[in-house]
Write a protein that binds this ligand. Structure first.
Ligand code: NAG
Length: 420
């Protein structure tokens, strides 16, 4: 549709200057077909590249024997080209040639080698990391070969469940202004989208009076973090409750919307404006959420896969059990994940009960720093079952900006493989 519109507007503009510009009649349909073919070919090349990588990674994993005492010096992208006080290269570092490259946004890169980033909270020489680094060395040749075959490729990478991230071409990883590296490939949207199944999610947030101050700040951050785990294959809505239920976006009342970038950003702005008042009545909010999810499932809309409610509250007091009995039992088709906000533990048992009796997961979020890790927990529960049909496991993610190297990574293609 976009291509057709573009063609039309070009013709219109030229009409105004017909006297000086000669208009050549083009076959619109033919033009669109040509564009589509070129697009398909371009995307096809990307898919071939990622398939070659996945195959190489599978092979490498298959032939790699896990070695508990393995010693292996890999190039750590944070330690390369650095020396200690005596001028000796750091271990896991050493000399790593870098050259400015136009194709990679003028960054200094090494197109002959990939290198590895490990999240700050993971030990560089952890046995899993060392084995993974050793095993995935085999990808180097494939990266180089892919780039030769398709020079339009930009970054190629492999993210592991153990946390290491192998990036081609190799770069020097620059910490942020605070000197820390927060990047963890497992938290990136492309990783999550490839590793979890499509889901319908209703986020339910308590905005009663007791949620004021830091609790509300933590709750908002929790919502944003949950939104960040969603993508175009997911559907979402957000409900705030106190004495009554309200949709943060009244236009989305009673339904779910695609969790694409636009909607996620739109929700974030609205969530930021939430304020607290009144008494929390969780029961009505739950009822509304089950109603939406049941309706969407009955109509065959939404993700047609997992359904979940994310309840964010500092405690539930009323008698709420029968709402689950009425709407979710005995099948418990909708999982309920609960996030207990704040230091107060008085109502922890109630909030735990809700999660445990609805195939969910309970987490306690007492500080802002807890949010990321706690939110990620739900993904383990909703993670993709073993990939059985290999035809369907290529995931195209939406266009997004990634902080890897502060570069726009246009669209990325990921392939999930069960590699340890
Ligand atoms: C495991 O790694 C250590 C150190 O690199 C090596 O000496 C040993 O032979 C390896 N074991 C096996 C079974 O490959």
């Amino acid at each position: 549709l976009l291509l057709i519109l573009t063609t039309v507007s070009v013709v219109k503009k030229y009409k105004d200057v017909e006297a000086v510009v000669k208009i050549e009649e083009v076959d619109g349909e033919e033009l669109v077909k040509k564009f589509a073919e070129e697009m398909e070919e371009m995307l096809g090349r990307k898919m071939k590249s990622v398939k070659r990588l996945a195959e190489a990674a599978e092979d490498a994993d298959l032939y790699h024997e896990y070695n508990e005492t393995l010693e292996f010096e890999y190039f750590n992208s944070m330690l390369i080209n650095k020396v200690d006080e005596d001028g000796n290269p750091l271990s896991l570092g050493g000399e790593f040639a870098l050259e400015k490259n136009e194709h990679f946004n003028k960054l200094p890169v090494n197109t002959q080698l990939s290198n590895i980033q490990v999240p700050t909270n993971v030990y560089n020489r952890d046995t899993d990391i060392v084995n993974g680094a050793y095993m995935s060395e085999a990808l180097n040749d494939v990266f180089i070969d892919n780039f030769k075959k398709d020079p339009t490729l930009t970054w190629q990478y492999f993210g592991s469940a153990t946390g290491f991230f192998r990036l081609y071409p190799g770069i020097q990883w620059i910490p942020d202004e605070n000197g820390v590296v927060t990047f963890d490939c497992r938290n990136r949207n492309w990783y999550i989208q490839a590793a979890s199944s499509p889901k319908d999610v209703v986020i339910v947030v308590d905005v009663s009076g007791s949620m004021k101050g830091l609790r509300l700040t933590i709750a908002k951050h929790t919502i944003n973090t949950i939104l960040d785990t969603l993508g175009e294959n997911d559907f979402v809505n957000i409900i705030a409750y106190s004495d009554y239920v309200r949709y943060v976006e009244p236009c989305f009342k009673g339904t779910l919307v695609q969790a694409d970038l636009d909607n996620r950003e739109h929700f974030k702005l609205l969530v930021d404006e939430l304020h607290v008042k009144g008494e929390g009545k969780v029961k009505i909010a739950m009822k509304e959420s089950f109603k939406i999810l049941n309706e969407v499932a009955a109509l065959g809309q939404g993700s047609l896969c997992n359904q979940a409610i994310m309840l964010i509250t500092d405690g539930a007091m009323e008698d709420f059990q029968d709402v689950f009995e009425e709407f979710n039992w005995p099948e418990r088709r909708v999982r309920v994940f609960t996030y207990l906000i704040g230091r107060e533990m008085t109502f922890a048992d109630n909030v735990k009960w809700i999660a445990c009796n609805n195939k969910g997961y309970y987490t306690h979020v007492s500080t802002l720093a807890d949010v990321q890790e706690n939110v990620m927990e739900y993904l383990h529960v909703l993670s993709r079952p073993m990939v059985i049909n290999h035809d369907h496991d290529i995931i195209w993610t939406e266009a997004y900006m990634d902080s890897v190297v502060s570069l726009p990574l246009p669209i990325s293609v990921c392939l999930l493989r069960n590699i340890h």
